[in-house]
Structures are given as C-alpha cells and as structure tokens.
Design a protein around this ligand. Structure first.
Ligand SMILES: *[C@@H]1O[C@H](CO)[C@@H](O)[C@H](O)[C@H]1NC(C)=O
Ligand SMILES: *[C@@H]1O[C@H](CO)[C@@H](O)[C@H](O)[C@H]1NC(C)=O
Ligand SMILES: *[C@@H]1O[C@H](CO)[C@@H](O)[C@H](O)[C@H]1NC(C)=O
Ligand SMILES: *[C@@H]1O[C@H](CO)[C@@H](O)[C@H](O)[C@H]1NC(C)=O
Ligand SMILES: *[C@@H]1O[C@H](CO)[C@@H](O)[C@H](O)[C@H]1NC(C)=O
Ligand SMILES: *[C@@H]1O[C@H](CO)[C@@H](O)[C@H](O)[C@H]1NC(C)=O
Ligand SMILES: *[C@@H]1O[C@H](CO)[C@@H](O)[C@H](O)[C@H]1NC(C)=O
Length: 548
C-alpha cells in the first residue's frame, strides 16, 4: 500500500516538474533545421494509365528538441497547390488511384517549419496510354443507304480528346475496306458521328480510338470495337437477262432485260438504267425491271451496263453482247447444213443463207411529173436479198443521203406530202445488207422528178398580169388626155412628141409579162391568148389617139 502511494507520488511529481519545465524549454529556443526534402514517386515517374500512383514527400529535420516538430507539407502540380497537410511525420503521401492522362505533369512539394521553408526539385510524371473508349451504336440492324450513329466516349479522361472512328466490314476476305472519321471534343469526353451504310456492307462494325495530347506528345488508347451491325440490302444487284440465249445472229430480236429485287423496307424504288457505252438505251424509274429490245445488228455488239441508283446506293453490273455477222462463221455453218441432222443445225447469220443485195431500183409512184402541192413518193426496191437492208436515198450531186432507213424488207419508201419546185431534180438510191460492204453497195437507176405548177396557179398568175396591164393602160390614157388638154391651151408646145415616148414604153410593158410567163412556165393555152386580145386592141387604138 505504501509502495503504491510512493509510486503515485513520483508520477505526480514528474507531471508537476514537466509543467514547470515546459515554459523554460520554449524559452531555451530549440533549434530546427531542414536537412533535406525530396519526393518518391511509386511505382515510378512513368506509370501506365490505370495504375495506382503514390506521391511521397520525405522531410529530414534536425532538432534540439526531444519531440518531433510539427510542420506543413504542401503538394504542387504544375505550380498549383493541390494538397496541404500538417504533420509531425517524416513522410507524407498523396495517393492517386488509377492514374489518368491528366494526372501527368510536374510535381513538387514544400515543407514549412516555423519560418523556414524548403522545396523539392521538380518531378516529371508520365502516364502512358489512354483508357479504353466505349463505343455505342444507335442500332444493331441497318438498311443499305441508311445511317448508323456512333457514340465514342472515354468517361475516365478529361477533354480535349481527339477521336478516330472507323467503319469496318467483317470478313472482307482480307481486303480491308474502311471509312475513317476524326473529330475532336474540347469540352466533353465523347463524340457522336454518323456513318452511312453503303452497298456491299453485309456485316459491319465500328472501331474507336482516343488520343490525348499530353506533355508535348500524343497518348493513344487501344482501338475498341463496337458491336456488330447487320445490314439489309435495299435492292439486289442488277441481273441481266439476254434473249435469245447462246449465239445471237443478225436479224434476231435482241431483248436485254435488267432486273432487281427490292426489299419491302425501302420507301422509294430506285432507278434502273441500261447503258451501252455512254448512251442510255433504256430506263425505268418505278419498278424492278428495265428492258431494251431491238433487231440485232453487229452495231449492237458491245458492253452493256445496268446501273441501279437510289439516293446513296448505286449498284452496277455489265454484260458483253456479241452478235454474229461474220461470213467466215457462215461458211462453216453451211457445211453443217449439208449434213443430215437438220434438227441440230446451228443457226446461221441469215443474210448468208440468201447472199447480198445486187440489184437496186428506184421508182416513183404515181407519175414522174408531180403537180406542185401534191405528194411525191419514191420507192427503193431490191431483188430477193434478205434483211436487214439499209436503204439510202440520194439527190444527185449530193454526197450524203437525205434519207436513210434500215428495214427487214425488200423495199423502202420516201415521200413528201407537198412537193414544191425545190423537190425537182435527179434522184437515186442504194441498198445494202451485211452481204455488201458499205463501199460497194449497189446503186439504182437515176430518176428525174419534175414538179409543175397546178393550172389554177397559172390562171391566177395570168389574171394578175392582166390586172397590171389594165392598170398601166388606164394610167397611160389618163396621162395622154391631160397632155392633150394642156396642148390646146398652149399650141406652141404641141409639136413636142410626148405621146410616142409613152407609146413605146407601153409596148414594152404590154408584151413582156406574157412572154416571161410563157417562157417560164412553158404553157401556151387559151387563157393566155384571151388575155392577149384586149391588150392588142388597146395597142392598136392608142397610136391612133396619139396621131389625132
Ligand atoms: C489500387 O488502389 C485500390 C484502392 O484505391 C486498391 O483496391 C487496388 O488493389 C490497388 N491496385 C493495385 C494494383 O495495387
Ligand atoms: C492549408 O490548408 C488549410 C485548410 O485546409 C488552409 O487554411 C491553409 O492556409 C493552407 N496552407 C497553405 C500554406 O496554403
Ligand atoms: C455517349 O455515351 C456516353 C457514355 O458512354 C454518354 O455519357 C453520352 O451521353 C452519350 N452521348 C450521347 C449524345 O448520347
Ligand atoms: C464493261 O463496262 C463496265 C463499266 O464501264 C466495266 O466495268 C467492265 O469492265 C466492262 N467489261 C468489259 C468486258 O469490258
Ligand atoms: C464475238 O464472237 C466472235 C466469234 O465467236 C469472237 O471472235 C469475238 O472476239 C467476239 N467478240 C467479243 C467482243 O466478244
Ligand atoms: C443428230 O440428231 C440426233 C437427234 O436429233 C442427236 O442425238 C445427234 O447427236 C445429232 N448428231 C449430230 C452430229 O449433231
Ligand atoms: C425478218 O424477215 C425474216 C423473213 O422475212 C423473218 O423470218 C424474220 O423474223 C424478220 N425479222 C424481224 C426482226 O422482223
């Protein structure tokens, strides 16, 4: 019991002593010095994105005091204070779970002890890589010509972030066809991009990569794939159907069709166009088929293209059509024909079966003399040659035909409904089929066509001429009587022969229109003679009047 009391007493004494001594300790002004301050960065100054990062500030302080002095430790990133702590420990730590690109930078720490301060050197921290982006799509099934909206985000990172999104095809036989788009986001950590779905996109997916500029260089994320999108065709590839099948010979009815299949999902039918080289030979804007039909000729040989076009989608296929018209192949065929097997006889270019045009005849239907205003009809005909035959109608002295037609017929007609004087002239025609080379296509006889004026037009001209003559006579007579009246008033001037002058000019005017008309139109009918009569009478009377 006594011992206990003794121990308690000692403790109290110690406490009292401490209390008494403490102010004197302060008064003694313990000395402090900061020996050293440095940072330790764990696991290192270069960390992978997502790794835990620990920043340690280690302070080495010497003191005369028995206890560790209280001091402040301040952490800076890029000269900006981000953490401060009051401590008595030698080591203070700042923990960054899952470091991101924005955690990279220049770090330092400062220790403050009473009025003394010491700062570490600067420590560069690198964060390698960018965290994985997330790629989301607005749909999993798309139609050709439609669009897919792609959202690529990096929630863990801070903007500005640059995104690269690619559209890729699945299993494209090693043939990598991709469409790439880039977009930067300055105030959010995601971008939305629209991609159109093209033809031949059967199964597609998207891939996104994020890039961030950090510490003077670029940091890249992994490229992350989206889910797959299955694409439905809006319409099938165009398909050609050519008839007849197999060998096509001249004269056959060539029929080229281009068809497509359209899904029920499309709102509007695409346009179907059949082209031969650059020329459009057929098209259809609403429907699933376009067709071109023509009598086969060697000229129709070539590469036919069928294009099907919707707003964004265009599908093309092509076919080479080969029409046989060679004489060489014909001779082979003819050998076959001589054999016994008629049923398996190959087909032959039919112009070879009956040979080329050798006799051409041009004739005029109705009459060679055509009345002006009536029809002129020319017929160019050939002997028993078979079609297609190209007929060409020429006017003599002109090198190019004024009319040309190809027919599966032995004759061709050219006609002009209302002939006029300009259609007068000499005509001929030529005809040729595949058996003829164009250069020596036989020429027809030359035919002269004359166009004469209708009788009523002649009459009209005569009546007009007479009218003119009568008018002149009336004027002349009037002139004469006026002069005569004047002469009576002034007899001195009577000897002046004004009338004979008038007379001679009258004579000229009277005879000319008729002879002109006669020469020009070559007519000599009663109408003309009747018209002459009163003129002659006048002519006879006038000199008499003058003499009086
Ligand atoms: C990172 O820190 C977290 C705590 O914030 C811990 O759960 C995790 O295990 C740490 N990871 C590693 C790899 O140490
Ligand atoms: C440390 O932080 C406290 C508040 O937490 C603040 O009052 C003090 O001024 C800071 N010290 C420095 C040196 O900034
Ligand atoms: C894109 O996706 C992210 C999440 O991954 C989301 O936060 C953001 O709102 C989305 N953007 C749009 C426009 O939907
Ligand atoms: C036919 O034309 C198409 C389109 O111009 C072309 O792609 C194709 O190669 C051509 N085919 C032949 C056999 O020339
Ligand atoms: C067409 O056929 C003939 C004979 O079969 C051949 O000689 C020629 O080369 C072919 N032409 C084309 C364009 O295919
Ligand atoms: C002749 O015709 C028969 C039946 O029509 C056929 O079986 C045979 O192959 C043909 N022969 C020739 C050489 O084409
Ligand atoms: C051309 O005429 C021949 C015989 O007159 C006939 O067999 C053939 O079918 C005709 N072709 C066309 C395209 O009219």
């Amino acid at each position: 019991m006594q011992l206990e009391w003794a121990q308690e007493g000692k403790m109290w004494l110690g406490l009292v002593l401490m209390l008494l001594l403490c102010p004197s300790l302060e008064g003694q002004e313990n000395s402090f010095t900061i020996n050293h301050i440095y940072m330790e960065i764990l696991p290192g100054q270069e960390v992978q994105n997502g790794e835990n990062l620990t920043l340690q500030c280690i302070v080495d302080i010497s003191t005369t005091s028995h206890i560790k002095p209280q001091h402040w430790v301040l952490f800076y990133k890029d000269d900006v204070l981000f953490h401060n702590v009051s401590s008595m420990e030698t080591t203070e730590s700042y923990f960054i779970p899952q470091a991101r690109v924005y955690d990279a930078g220049t770090y330092k720490c400062t220790v403050i002890l009473n009025n003394k301060e010491k700062t570490t050197s600067e420590y560069q921290v690198w964060v390698k890589g960018v965290s994985d982006p997330r790629v989301t799509l607005d749909k999993r099934e798309a139609i050709e010509g439609g669009v897919v909206m792609v959202n690529c985000s990096v929630p863990e990172e801070k903007p500005p972030i640059h995104f690269t999104i690619e559209k890729l095809k699945l299993h494209a036989n090693g043939f990598k066809q991709k469409r790439e788009k880039k977009k930067s986001s300055y105030n959010q950590n995601f971008v939305m991009l629209e991609f159109s779905v093209e033809e031949q996109d059967h199964v597609i997916y998207f891939q996104c990569q994020a890039t961030i500029f950090s510490e003077n260089h670029m940091e890249y994320s992994r490229a992350i794939k989206s889910e797959l999108v299955t694409v439905t065709e809006s319409f099938s590839n165009p398909k050609f159907h050519v008839s007849p099948e197999g060998v096509i010979t001249e004269g056959d009815q060539l029929h080229i069709r281009c068809t497509i299949q359209v899904t029920h999902l499309v709102q509007a039918f695409p346009e179907i166009i059949i082209q031969k080289d650059k020329a459009i030979v057929a098209y259809k804007s609403h429907g699933n088929e376009a067709s071109y039909s023509v009598m086969a000729m060697v000229e129709h040989n070539g590469n036919y293209t069928c294009k099907v076009e919707a707003s964004r989608i265009s599908k093309v296929s092509s076919i080479v059509v080969n029409i046989t018209g060679e004489l060489l192949s014909c001779s082979v065929v003819q050998l076959y024909e001589m054999g016994e097997n008629d049923s398996t006889q190959p087909r032959c270019p039919f112009h070879c079966l009956s040979a080329p045009v050798d006799e051409v005849k041009l004739s005029i239907l109705l009459n060679e003399d055509v009345e002006s205003g009536k029809a002129v009809v020319l017929r160019c005909s050939v002997n028993e040659a078979s079609g297609p035959i190209t007929f060409r109608f020429y006017r003599e002295k002109e090198t190019s035909p004024f009319y040309q037609i190809t027919l599966n017929d032995t004759q061709a007609i050219w006609h002009k409904a209302k002939a006029s004087k300009e259609h007068e002239g000499q005509y001929y025609c030529t005809a040729s089929n595949r058996g003829n080379r164009v250069k020596n296509s036989p020429q027809s006889n030359i035919l002269t066509v004359r166009v004469f004026l209708a009788p009523w037009i002649k009459g009209l001209i005569a009546v007009f001429a007479i009218g003119v003559i009568i008018a002149i006579l009336v004027l002349g007579a009037r002139c004469y009587f006026l002069k005569k009246a004047k002469a009576k008033q002034t007899p001195v001037e009577m000897s002046r022969p004004a009338a004979p002058l008038l007379n001679s000019s009258n004579e000229k005017m009277l005879s000319d229109p008729n002879t002109e008309a006669n020469r020009h139109y070559g007519y000599n009918e009663d109408v003309g003679n009747h018209a002459m009569k009163p003129i002659n009478e006048n002519k006879d009377q006038e000199p008499q009047a003058t003499r009086n």
